[in-house]
Each structure stands twice: as structure tokens, then as C-alpha cells.
Ligand binder design. Structure first.
Ligand code: 13P
Length: 250
């Protein structure tokens, strides 16, 4: 049995005080969770979040990582720096980075490799734009993104990767993919993994859904056979909502 994984992506929200408060509120609500629980916080909140989550089942995540070990990369953060902060997971290739910060399939691949090398686990995001969905290119886009992101990754390394399917048009819009659509596209992604790594790897890799997932729709989405978790934006900023997603089975 695969253990589901629910991760909050706080994006650029919360200062230190907010971080302390939110984690303190979430912790008791998710303490008996059957799934893995992760919060991916801004770099500047990592230390606060680490302390607040100490002794809980909440794991620490970051939202981006650079591919170089060190050097002249103003404004960037290396994988070793994150590891030193006790970060367990890092989100790579989020659509907001692809849209606004020039992230490409190639840099997603480089960042993934750097994170793995430093011992971090990766939440690797793929997903199509609305225009791509409307022109029936969803399968083609996620196939390309997944293939390129996993280039030169070993089967062993894949065990440290969680894939996240986030249709861009469903992010922050309140417009969720239907559970059937999400399931169908995740099936396509799993097929890519099978082609690259074989059947067993494809079966065991966890693939999350993300995009307006919330307290109300989590149960239905998580009941789909292909969906192994969720990557939660807006709803991860409210303790009760996030906890309801985490406890989707309750
Ligand atoms: P929302 O849950 O706010 O739609 O965001 C999803 C997301 O981008 C998580 O990474």
C-alpha cells in the first residue's frame, strides 16, 4: 500500500509569526493522520517552521532550489542550504515558476537532480495551461514535461520523487479538475513513468493532484485510484481546511 502524501504549498504567504501560529494550529489536528503531511514554506520561514513542527508529524518543505552547489547565482538557494535547514521535501517545477520565472523542462530536471544529490525529496510538478487543454494537448504536454523532468534520473532516485499533476487552469481559480479528468491525466503521467522505469516503479510512484483542492473535494479526489495525494495552495493557509484535506478519510 502506498502512503498518501498531502503537502501544503504556502507560496509567498506568512511571516514568522503567522508560520508559528499556523503550524501550532495544524499540528494537533493532523497528529493522527494516515498520510504523510508536509508544509512547504517560504525560505525565510524555514527556521521558524522547523522549530514549530519539532516533535510533530509535519515535515518541512521548501518551494524551489537551485541546481548549482554554490556560486554566483544572486538570489538563489542551494540544495545543501536547504538540507542544512532540515528540509525534507522541495517543490520543483511549479507552474508559477514556469509561468513567471522562466522555468523550463531543462531547469526542472537540473533542479531535481541537485535536490536528490543533497538528499532531499522532490515534489515535481507538471500540468497543462488552459489553452493546451482546450486544444486537446494535455496528454502531450504532461508527457513531455514528465519525460524531460525525469531525464537521467535512476530508478533508485525515483523513489525520492513525488509527482504532482497541477492543471494550471485549476490553480487558485476555484475551478477543480473533475476527479475523473484528474485521474485520467495522472494515468497518462504514470504511463510515462512505466515507459521510463518499468511497471513496478510506475505502480509505486506517488502522484498528487493539485489545483483548488480543498476540504470539500479532497475526499472525492483522493478516492480516485490514480490519485495518491494532494498539493494544496489556498486551503493550506487555514489550519482547519488543511487538516480536513489531510484527514480526507475521516
Ligand atoms: P490552489 O490550491 O490555491 O489552487 O493552489 C494549488 C497549487 O498551486 C499548489 O501547489
Amino acid at each position: 500500500m502506498k502512503r498518501p502524501i498531502i503537502a501544503g504549498n504556502w507560496k509567498m504567504n506568512n511571516n514568522k509569526e503567522g508560520t508559528k501560529k499556523l503550524i501550532a494550529e495544524i499540528a494537533p489536528l493532523v497528529k493522527d493522520a494516515e498520510c504523510e503531511v508536509v508544509v512547504c514554506v517560504p525560505f525565510t520561514d524555514l527556521e521558524t517552521a522547523r522549530k514549530a513542527a519539532r516533535g510533530t508529524n509535519i515535515q518541512l518543505g521548501a518551494q524551489n532550489v537551485h541546481w548549482a552547489e554554490k556560486g554566483a547565482f544572486t538570489g538563489e538557494i542551494s540544495a545543501d542550504m536547504l538540507a542544512e535547514m532540515k528540509v525534507k521535501y522541495v517543490i520543483v517545477g511549479h507552474s508559477e515558476r514556469r509561468q513567471y520565472f522562466g522555468e523550463t523542462d531543462a531547469t526542472v530536471n537540473m533542479r531535481t537532480k541537485a535536490a536528490l544529490k543533497a538528499g532531499l525529496k522532490v515534489i515535481l510538478c507538471v500540468g497543462e495551461l488552459l489553452s493546451e487543454r482546450e486544444s486537446k494537448k494535455t496528454a502531450e504536454v504532461v508527457t513531455r514535461q514528465t519525460t524531460e523532468a525525469l531525464k537521467d534520473i535512476t530508478k533508485q532516485e525515483l523513489k525520492k520523487i513525488v509527482l504532482a499533476y497541477e492543471p494550471v487552469w485549476a490553480i487558485g481559480t476555484g475551478r477543480t479538475a473533475t476527479s475523473q479528468d484528474a485521474n485520467d491525466t495522472i494515468k497518462v503521467i504514470r504511463k510515462v513513468v512505466r515507459k521510463l522505469f518499468g511497471r513496478a516503479a510506475a505502480q509505486s510512484v506517488r502522484i498528487q493532484y493539485g489545483g483548488s483542492m480543498n476540504a470539500k473535494n479532497a475526499k472525492e479526489l483522493m478516492a480516485m485510484p490514480q490519485i495518491d495525494g494532494g498539493l494544496i495552495g489556498g486551503a493550506s493557509l487555514k489550519a482547519e481546511d488543511f487538516a480536513k484535506v489531510v484527514n480526507f478519510n475521516a
